[in-house]
Ligand binder design. Structure first.
Ligand SMILES: [Zn+2]
Ligand SMILES: [Zn+2]
Length: 413
């Protein structure tokens, strides 16, 4: 037997229902905000990620599934979807059309990480990208959409953590101040952080090593050093959040792992997952499009981890109405087939038994299908057209005419 690849998993009933519900809610909410879907290929040129995500990040250095194809081209299974979406926006000049300025995606991403609970090598994300809108209102609405999506899935206890990482103009100044500070504590920092000080200074702030954390706790914070424009942008975003009574926590050392962020960064965490695990993460990245060869236009986006989200969702969120339909004798089969076809046309989910079985056997089959209802058609039913519907959850039976069944199952009437 060949097993699945380490860190990947198969999705099937009942877990697949959670995924379908996440996707359905996401599509509904995104369209209310004027978004349309984009589907980019899973394969991209490796260069796309080294240029956007950044050569010095863990993603590009250690975690990408990169290989040479038969012609020797370096290709990578996408580790995230922002860079591919931005690549598509540039390639098709979508930035010229406001209709394409709000895009969302749903799909698998790939990172070679140590698998653990809620973290896989093939994982799934839902995300949005809003381009060409530099305004604080966009940051606010972006956060609002994420919150509405979580709420619609029954996840109400989320904390919004927010920070500003400044812009091209003001960040360099902060980085040199942070460098000076960190250089004083080189001996206390882990070897990774020692490397990061020179090449990727901000990333030190993400380090979870205890001795590094102590140094980080007292480090200067970027929000004290951002320029007036960044300050005003940030204060407007937080003002909107206050106005709409969305609780948030300014988290001065939140920088996010990726190099391309500017101004607003945010995360949404749940107490239930532990403090380290963000369900949603994102922010503004005003320099990304130009750094990938496009025009100098701003963008904002976030991504949500579907596996982590599924851990927070209740089981079987979708209300099944599966009905198992069996027939007692060849002479009943045609009527049974007609019943199945009628019920399906009215929205009832029907499994029609394929072979002739005993009554006892049929009821067992209904249980094994995990059907909510069973309907057994024998000679009497064909004659009287009065059918006995059995509720498989509580054993109750009720005699109904065929045309009464859909309303009973779907609306409980
Ligand atoms: Zn600035
Ligand atoms: Zn460290």
């Amino acid at each position: 037997m060949v097993s699945s690849v380490k860190g990947t998993f198969d999705l099937f009933y009942p877990d697949i229902k959670k995924y379908l519900l996440m996707e359905e809610c996401a599509r509904k909410i995104f369209s209310l905000y004027g978004f349309s879907e984009i589907r980019t290929p899973i394969l991209e040129h490796t260069e796309l990620f080294s240029r956007s995500v950044g050569d010095e990040t863990d993603i590009v250095k250690k975690e990408m599934y990169t290989f040479l194809d038969k012609k020797g081209r370096s290709l990578t299974l996408r580790p995230e979807n922002t860079a591919p979406v931005i690549r598509a926006i540039i390639e098709h000049k979508l930035y010229e059309s406001p209709r394409h300025s709000r895009l969302y995606y749903i799909g698998p991403q790939f990172r070679y990480e140590r698998p653990q609970k809620g973290r896989y090598r093939q994982f799934h994300q839902i995300g949005i990208e809003i381009i060409n809108d530099p305004f604080p209102l966009i940051d606010f609405e972006g956060i609002l959409i994420a919150k509405e999506l979580l709420n619609s899935l029954g996840i109400l206890e989320v904390e919004v953590k927010i920070n500003s990482v400044g812009c091209k103009k003001c960040r360099q100044n902060f980085i040199s101040i942070l460098k000076d500070y960190l250089n004083k504590f080189k001996g206390d920092l882990c070897s990774d952080c020692n490397e990061r000080i020179e090449r990727n200074t901000l990333r030190v702030l993400d380090c979870k090593v205890a001795s590094c954390q102590k140094v980080i706790e007292n480090s200067p914070v970027i929000i004290d050093y951002i320029c007036d424009e960044c300050k005003e942008h940030f204060s407007k975003v937080t003002q909107f959040l206050n106005d709409f009574e969305i609780p948030f926590k300014i988290t001065p050392r939140l920088v996010r792992g990726l190099d391309y962020y500017t101004k607003t960064v945010f995360e949404m965490t749940s107490f239930k997952l532990g403090s380290q695990d963000a369900i949603v993460g994102g922010g503004r990245y005003d320099g990304l499009i130009s750094s990938l060869g496009g025009p100098d236009i701003p963008s904002f986006g976030w991504a949500l981890g579907m596996e982590r989200l599924s851990l927070l969702m209740e089981d079987s969120p979708l209300n099944d109405n599966l009905l198992y339909l069996a027939w007692m004798g060849e002479e009943c089969l045609k009527f049974a087939m007609e019943c199945a076809s009628y019920l399906r046309s009215k929205g009832v989910e029907v499994v029609l038994e394929g072979s002739l079985r005993s009554l006892k056997n049929s009821l067992k089959r209904a249980e094994r299908f995990q059907a909510n209802y069973s309907l057994i058609i024998g000679e009497d039913e064909v004659k009287s057209e009065l059918l006995t519907l059995k509720n498989m959850r509580n054993g109750e039976q009720i005699a109904l005419k065929l045309n009464e069944i859909p309303n009973f199952i779907l609306n409980g009437e």
